[in-house]
Design a protein. Structure first.
Length: 499
């Protein structure tokens, strides 16, 4: 091992070049489908996560480099301080009296690391510095022992440690000033470390992590594209089925596989198609029946008008028949409008009503419908939440239906009762009753039961449909019950109406 003594001369500087930075604008992403959006969000989250991992790893490595450098600088400075305070010259066996001798002995005993420089700086009378180094070979562009400007900055610095930024590379240094012996010039021990290679290794790890992250993103892109396609396939089937649905073809259904949310979506969509199909079928049937019911009086009116003669009696009879048919058409139209309003949320306006008073009012109004043996069977003395006008309309319609299917003097009973939280209002007649095969159809629009004995009604078959609509608007139902001794019993049941 040799210690080299030299004198600083001119400054050796390494020119730097700046690479031009080019930027490229990435094309703006276009939202094409849910599949692409899911993929983009997944890639964005993964890219941020992987970049965070790589950046955090680099920060940890750089922190470890800084910590190791600080420990190395502190160790070298401490060893020199101990030698200066307690060491003796091996040639004389006495404490050191010359700074250069102290620096040379210390440097000869040290073994510097690859990126480390151990230098002794001694001032001269002409203002220059004389340097002593432990070794020459160091893999940097401009070592400290060749950089006179850097030596002067470190030597003149009042700090004991610091960082020197140079064009040739950063230097981390620590300095221990040598005690002056008599008229000896100022001297200092400097340990310098070039962290460029250590930081390059950290950057290399960072670049490797970025490359691995890029490969992971590419693999994730392929896997996510396939998985997203499989998951969203039922959604595309739903979209395709919805695009192909028409009023004439509502029979398409989506196959359901599995028990996940997508399968639940398909089941819900199929249920919606079932409801739509039933609604369209009911609508077509309603239009057909309405057209048929209105076509008959129009034909009768036209036929009588075409055959009407000039005799006053004949004209009077024709006008009477035409007026009667027009009145029937008007009732049909009014009933249809009422059924259409039944679909609206404001069809009923419930409020607290005394059921006994309501039942008595219905009884009084129904007595004017025909000469029958009207009886008020029973009344429920409770308060209920309902629309009194709509309930009265339904009960009067049931009473009118009973009048049409009974004869003069037959009994019709009206009453109400409370059953738990629900209430019942009923109309019982003593007519011929309802045929069993008609019990399920008489509440449908434009459907009439088989003609009952004594029936004289000529309605369009909308009365009981209106009653059912009013009951359902209250959250209840209307039913036909068996009647002891013959006849028909219509019961209007309103659940949770009692207050």
């Amino acid at each position: 091992m040799t210690t080299t003594v030299g004198r600083t001369g001119g400054t050796d500087r390494t020119p730097t070049t700046t690479d031009p930075v080019t930027t490229a604008e990435a094309p703006s992403a276009r939202r094409v489908s849910a599949r692409v959006r899911i993929l983009l969000w997944l890639l964005l989250v993964m890219a941020v996560a992987l970049a965070s991992v790589a950046t955090t790893t680099r920060s940890i490595l750089l922190r470890d480099v800084d910590q190791r450098i600080n420990e190395l600088l502190a160790q070298e400075a401490g060893e020199f301080t101990n030698l200066q305070a307690q060491g003796v010259d091996p040639e004389t066996g006495r404490p050191f009296t010359e700074p250069s001798r102290l620096l040379r002995v210390f440097l000869q005993r040290q073994n510097a690391d690859l990126d480390e420089e151990l230098i002794g700086l001694v001032g001269r009378a002409d203002g220059d510095l004389t340097w002593l180094i432990q070794q020459r070979e160091i893999p940097v562009a401009l070592p400290l022992y060749k950089d006179a400007d850097a030596q002067r900055k470190i030597f003149d610095s009042p700090d004991s440690t610091g960082t020197l930024d140079r064009a040739a590379g950063e230097i981390r240094w620590a300095k221990v000033e040598v005690a002056r012996y008599g008229d000896e010039a100022d001297a200092a021990f400097v340990v310098a470390f070039h962290p460029a290679s250590e930081k390059d290794r950290a950057d290399e790890v960072f670049r490797v992590l970025l490359a691995i992250s890029g490969v992971a993103l590419l693999m994730t892109t392929g896997i996510a594209w396939v998985v997203a396609g499989r998951i969203l396939k039922p959604v595309r089937v739903v979209r395709s089925a919805a695009a192909q649905l028409t009023e004439q073809d509502l029979t398409r259904r989506i196959p359901v596989h599995g028990r996940d949310d997508v399968a639940a979506l398909a089941e819900t969509f199929n249920a919606m198609l079932d409801r739509l199909e039933r609604a369209f079928a009911a609508q077509r049937e309603f239009v057909d029946d309405a057209g048929h019911e209105l076509r008959t009086p129009i034909t009768i009116v036209r036929g009588h008008l075409e055959l009407m003669g000039d005799e006053p009696a004949e004209r009077e009879e024709t006008v009477r028949l035409v007026t009667d048919e027009l009145d029937r058409m008007s009732r049909i139209v009014e009933d249809l409008l009422l059924l259409a309003k039944a679909e609206r949320p404001d069809f009923v306006s419930p409020e607290p009503v005394q059921l006994a008073e309501l039942t008595a009012d219905v009884y009084v109004k129904a007595r004017t419908l025909g000469e029958r043996d009207w009886q008020l069977a029973e009344v429920a003395d409770v308060e209920a939440e309902l629309d009194s006008q709509r309930i009265t309309q339904a009960m009067v319609q049931l009473a009118q239906n009973a009048v049409q299917h009974t004869t003069t003097g037959q009994t019709i009973r009206i009453g109400s009762r409370a059953e738990g939280s629900s209430i019942e209002l009923y109309v019982v007649d003593s007519g011929p009753g309802v045929q069993p095969q008609d019990a399920e159809v008489i509440f449908e629009r434009f459907r009439r039961g088989t003609a009952r004995r004594g029936a004289r009604g000529s309605g369009a078959g909308l009365g009981l449909s209106i009653v059912r609509a009013i009951a359902e608007a209250h959250g209840g139902r209307v039913r036909l019950r068996d009647t002891e001794g013959g006849g028909a019993t219509f019961v209007l049941t309103l659940e949770e109406a009692r207050t």
